[in-house]
Structure formats: structure tokens, C-alpha cells
Design a protein around this ligand. Sequence first.
Ligand code: PGA
Length: 263
Amino acid sequence: MSKKTLIVGNWKMNLNTAGASLLMHRLHERIKIHRDIEVVLAPNLLVLQPISVQIDRRKFRLAAQNAYQKDEGPYTGEVSFTMLQDLVHYVIIGHSERRIHFNESLDEVRDKVAACVRNDLTPILCVGETHNDRKAGESKQVLHDQVTTALSNLTSQEVENMVIAYEPVWAISTFGGELAKPDLVKSEMDFIRKQVADLYGQKVSERVRILYGGSVDNNVVSGFLAIEGCDGVLVGGASLNYHKFSGIVDVAYKLGHNGDSDG
Ligand code: PGA
């Protein structure tokens, strides 16, 4: 079974309800239903609820950008995976902004991934090295630690259903936005898949979806989607611009030779 190309828009801490609704409607006008492409929008928590009732679920799926690993209790200010169950399909976990600005540790990310699958939601686990890690020759070690820790409490079935996004921190627009070379991205994605194969076997590693993220827009996306083993992209800044984001979906459609459009 071939995998659908996954295009995820991470709106980060942007847009109030009116702004999110407007962007969603503009995307709805421009993006067609393609059988081989899955488009996922990740608005902030506050606007997830209103967006979830407006959204055309044949066209889009929703993701949350974060959640707390306990299901309920005295955790002031937090929202649990349990509370997101009817709202979203995916939850982004361990984004570098959370690891860096909110000190999310490897263990915390592992607990969030476990809470996510326990609540029947699909994790989009973000991993990636910093510029300093790369300079010190430690990229592989960092990716190894991030992947193996995050997956440590999961079954094969849970791993093959999840999504891993390779996002080198230095390539994310808000952390420098250096454009990564597809060759380098391929080598790190292959390495991530190999970590999954070592832990869960070849079949699971072939089935897990691996995305690329970091300064992806409609002009550069084709280089990443063309990488063998790249199952899609996680888009930050460009996902706030309906022209750029729908352009990314158009490129994915053109690259998918067997893609059918349903109008
Ligand atoms: P960017 O963000 O596309 O703005 O670089 C990607 C991300 O943070 O997921």
C-alpha cells in the first residue's frame, strides 16, 4: 500500500479565531481533494474548537501543536491528549521550539508520545540537531537519542502508524532558516529510518512516515519531496500564507504521478 504524501501546516502561536477561520476558508477555496495527499492544519489550541466545526474533513485533518502527558488532574494551564480526542487526528510532539523555549526533555517527549497513542491520536514526533550539534559532529548521536527515547514505550503497530518529522533546528525559519541540502536531508532521514528498523524491524521502518521540515515553501518543496523516503513536509512560516501553502500542495500533486483529483 503506498503512503499518502502528508503536508502539515504548523501555524504556531499565530492567528486569532477570525484570522484562522479566514485562512482556513482561503485554503478551502484553493486546495482540491487529492486521494494521494493528506493536508493537515495545526492551529493554536484556542482556535482548534471553532476551526474543527468549520473545516471540510474530506479536505483537511487537524493537528494540535502540543498537549500535556497526564490525562487529567491538577495541572493548571495544561490541556491533555484526552481532551483533544474528538478534535484532532494528530498532535505535534517535541517541536524544537518546545524543546528549546520550554526545556522539554527527552523523557517528557517520550511520555507525550506515549500519552498521544494511549489516547488514539497520531504523534508527529519532531527531531533534529542544532547548528552546534552539527558543528561538533554530534548530529547522528542527537537524532539517535531523540528517536530511541521517544519510541521506547511503543508497540510496533503504534510506531508504524506514527509520523516522524526531521527538522534540523538551524533550518527552521525562526532559528536561522538556512536552507538544508536535499542530500544531507536524505542521509539524516535514512539514519532515522535505520533507528526505527534497528528497534522494530524493516517492515515497521518502511511503514513509518518521515517528513522534512525547515523553511519549506512553494519554491523549494519539490527538492525535498523528490527525496526517496520523504513522505511529506512540515511547514511553518509558509503555512500562514494561503498562496504559498496551497502552492506546496499543488507541487505535491504534480510530483505524485498517480494522483487523482476529486475536484
Ligand atoms: P518553518 O518552520 O517552515 O517556518 O521553518 C518549520 C517548523 O517549525 O515546523
